[in-house]
Design a protein around this ligand. Structure first.
Ligand code: ZN
Length: 354
């Protein structure tokens, strides 16, 4: 018996369809529920046939034009960040910023939390999703981890840190230059609080950890399993909260203070593979959050966990992919069935290793 069971509901919708000469059409709708949060997602095979309407493929001419048009004003490019970016106080970060390879961390000019840093990911202003190498991402996430550990040493009353990214304007980014954001606060974000509360309730109810049970269940079924990178397990989300959601769990680490170099390398390798697969699907934008339990506490019920999703593609006059369903109902539309997405990513991984 799998440790976690996945709930679905099958429903039908009937109407006379002008696209089928006015005949009575019956469309099957599957609703899926996330086993931890209860968040629902909706799969309609008929809608998938119209995907080019909801998610037009990336217009690469437009993408490159926007990259060229925005490079000159970019405050990061050509080392301009040395003059233009803010610095942390010396007692927190000697020199005010953290540098590693082509990456550099500095404060966000308009923070949303006591610690809110920006990490420039490489010197190149514009990248497509096949241009995020594991080594570049390793440097970028390494400075995030170093920053998080330094903040916690200096201020142990601020234990809730996440690593995040908005890539490209349809994903919420105000600049095109690739970057990450680290947020550290004395209180968790709404979603992190829900994850922590539900994980504790699961542990109390079942006497085991949801996250290690999830890995075991996904590995056993194999339907959504993608890969193992180092100690981390990668699979597609059964009931995604965003388009093409890929998740990763670190089964031995409840929070970032427990992370070592191998964990950062696993994160970088898994994200690099997933972004390459997104690129092959002709997607060009993403959001990600790597969650951590409170720093310095080894919670038996929680594990470090990544969500990585696509957003609307780069094309002129793009419309947002988030409408009332996502923003006000917290439901999501399934664009690629998670089982097909997992098999696609595995194919990309196999073609890379050939
Ligand atoms: Zn730039």
């Amino acid at each position: 018996m799998p440790k976690i069971s996945f709930t679905t509901w099958q429903q039908l919708s009937q109407f006379h369809n002008p696209l089928k000469n006015g005949e009575l059409d019956t469309q099957a709708i599957e609703i899926r529920q996330d086993p931890l949060t209860g968040c629902q997602s909706i799969l309609n095979e008929a809608f998938r046939g119209k995907i080019s309407f909801a998610f037009p493929q990336t217009d690469y001419d437009y993408l490159h034009r926007r990259m060229n048009e925005t490079g000159d004003q970019c405050f990061m490019c050509e080392g301009k960040w040395r003059l233009t970016s803010p610095r942390y106080p010396e007692d927190l970060l000697p020199g005010g910023r953290l540098e590693r390879g082509e990456t550099v961390l500095f404060p966000n000019l308009f923070p949303f939390a006591p610690y809110h840093a920006v990490v420039m990911v490489g010197e190149k202003h514009g990248r497509t999703l096949d241009q995020f190498s594991p080594s570049l991402l390793f440097d970028a996430f390494s400075v995030c981890l170093e920053f998080i550990k330094r903040c916690f040493d200096a201020d142990p009353k601020t234990p809730y840190f996440t690593i995040n990214a908005n890539f490209m304007p349809p994903a919420g980014s105000s600049i095109m230059h690739p970057h990450l954001q680290v947020i550290g606060s004395p209180i968790p974000s709404t979603h992190l609080r829900v994850l922590l509360e539900k994980s504790l309730a699961y542990q109390r109810d079942k006497g085991s950890c949801y996250w290690t049970d999830l890995i075991e269940t996904e590995k056993e079924s194999g339907q959504r399993w993608v890969a193992q990178f180092g100690a981390s397990s990668w699979f597609t989300a059964f009931s995604p909260v965003g388009v093409n959601e890929v998740d990763a769990v670190w089964p031995d680490k409840s929070n970032f203070t427990q992370w070592g170099e191998d964990d950062v390398r696993a994160l970088a390798e898994g994200i690099s593979l997933t972004l390459s697969a997104y690129h092959e699907l002709k997607f060009s934008t993403f959001n990600l959050t790597c969650f951590s339990g409170p720093l310095g506490k080894s919670l038996p019920e929680f594990r470090s966990f990544l969500r990585l999703i696509n957003r609307q593609n780069m094309h002129p006059h793009y419309r947002t992919d988030d409408f009332y369903l996502q923003k006000l109902h917290e439901d999501e539309i399934i664009v690629t069935p998670p089982e097909q997405l997992a098999s696609f990513i595995k194919g990309v991984q196999a073609s890379h290793s050939r």
